[in-house]
Design a protein around this ligand. Structure first.
Ligand code: ST9
Ligand code: ZN
Ligand code: ZN
Length: 332
């Protein structure tokens, strides 16, 4: 057979030293866990989350109606915060901490952790643990947002009910010692609630009010609440839409797909067939900076000497894989 880059061992052989580090991360797809059969345990709805999520969305809707009365600076700040929080999630929680696809210096890790707190998507530790489980046991009961349970469940439903016991059982097998050893991750976890209140809600409300006299109501409902909700949906679409719709040029046997619209909303994370095929690639895409602000950001950080050791899949490996398992591969 040709190269199977899903296995980290082959990655090691093909790309030499740079790849060797990938074996530290427990994110390779394990197709031996056939945990989709059998009866589902009853769904236990967490009503507290349902109520908070509903209130949040009512607030975002109100924010939408307030847009005409907001100052241009307030709207610009909201856009900047969307991108910064997006980078905290994509470059930080996702490509750095979940997949270790590059190395980041201490100041860059602090910056990414601040942005990730501003994004309020659970702390880095929990985010990365769930995400490694998502890759390793993708689309089984052990996947926290198993897309086989439908659009709603993988989009937001999984945050509104107790986890499937299989998530917790199999999640415990995942190696997260690197996260526990990262002082920035553990510091953020310790002060997570305080950091979210301050960075996700207080700061975006107070800055426009203090610096350009925006009304507190507009400042709370647009750069804080509406920006937060839009960024959540931008992220969640990777789990829902990009596990349903798009081409599968790298591996037609999996559901994650290439979805350019999601790449746009998720600052570069919609090339999801590529990403599930080569999870250790720092660009999370074959195509560099195309629709991929996160890759551009990591490259600039490397240029500035704040990051290094980007892992990238070679063109030959990509082409070999496309020929073997892609959706346009000739069969036989
Ligand atoms: C949010 C997260 O929105 C979004 C993540 C999206 C991921 C996207 C990935 C796509 C790719 C990247 C694209 C990025 C694009 C970015 C674009 C930006 C524009 N392993 O959780 P608990 C154990 S959050 C091992 O309470 P329940 C563990 O012992 C939004 N063990 O389970 C744990 O204790 P501890 C805001 C695990 O009770 C214990 O179980 N947040 C694992 O079933 C209990 O854990 C919310 O809305 C595991 N994987 O409750 C709600 N998991 O932690 C947040 C659990 O102490 N969540 N254990 O070790 C909750 O309220 C609850 O988790 C729950 C489940 C109700 C959902
Ligand atoms: Zn996925
Ligand atoms: Zn990933």
């Amino acid at each position: 057979t040709e190269t199977d880059t899903r296995s980290h061992h082959t990655g090691k052989q093909e790309n030499g030293k740079a790849m060797a580090k990938t074996s530290e991360v427990d994110d390779a797809f394990d197709n031996t866990l056939n945990d989709n059969e059998g009866s589902q345990p009853p769904i236990v709805v967490v009503w507290r989350n349902v109520i908070l999520m509903s209130l949040l969305h009512i607030g975002a809707l109100y924010g939408l109606f307030l847009i005409p009365s907001a100052s241009v600076l307030t709207l610009a700040l909201s856009a900047v915060l969307y991108i910064l929080t997006g980078l905290g999630v994509t470059c930080g929680a996702h490509r750095l901490w979940s997949h270790r696809s590059f190395k980041a210096s201490f100041p860059l890790r602090v910056f990414l952790a601040i942005c990730q707190s501003m994004a309020f998507q659970n702390d880095i530790y929990e985010w990365a643990r769930d995400h490694r489980v998502h890759h390793k046991y993708s689309e089984t009961n052990a996947d926290p947002h198993n897309a086989k349970r439908g659009f709603f469940f993988s989009h937001v439903g999984w945050l509104l009910c107790r986890k499937h016991p299989s998530v917790i059982e199999n999640g415990r097998k995942i190696d997260i010692s690197d996260l526990k050893a990262d002082k920035v991750v553990m510091f953020q976890r310790r002060y997570y609630k305080l950091s979210v209140v301050t960075l996700c809600f207080l700061m975006p409300t107070l800055v426009p009010w203090y610096f350009w006299g925006e009304s507190l109501v507009v400042a709370y409902f647009i750069p804080a609440v509406l920006r937060y909700v839009l960024m959540l949906h931008g992220t969640w679409l990777v789990n829902s839409a990009a596990h349903l719709w798009g081409n599968r040029p790298y591996d037609k046997t999996i559901n994650p797909a290439e979805n350019p619209l999601v790449s746009l909303s998720a600052v570069g994370e919609g090339f999801h067939n590529y990403h599930h095929t080569f999870p250790f690639d720092y660009a999370a895409s074959e195509f560099g900076w195309k629709l991929n602000l996160s890759t551009a950001f990591i490259d600039v950080m490397c240029f500035l000497g704040l990051a290094k050791d980007r892992k990238k899949v070679s063109k030959e490996t990509i082409i070999a894989r496309m020929r073997r398992t892609g959706d346009s591969a000739k069969s036989g």
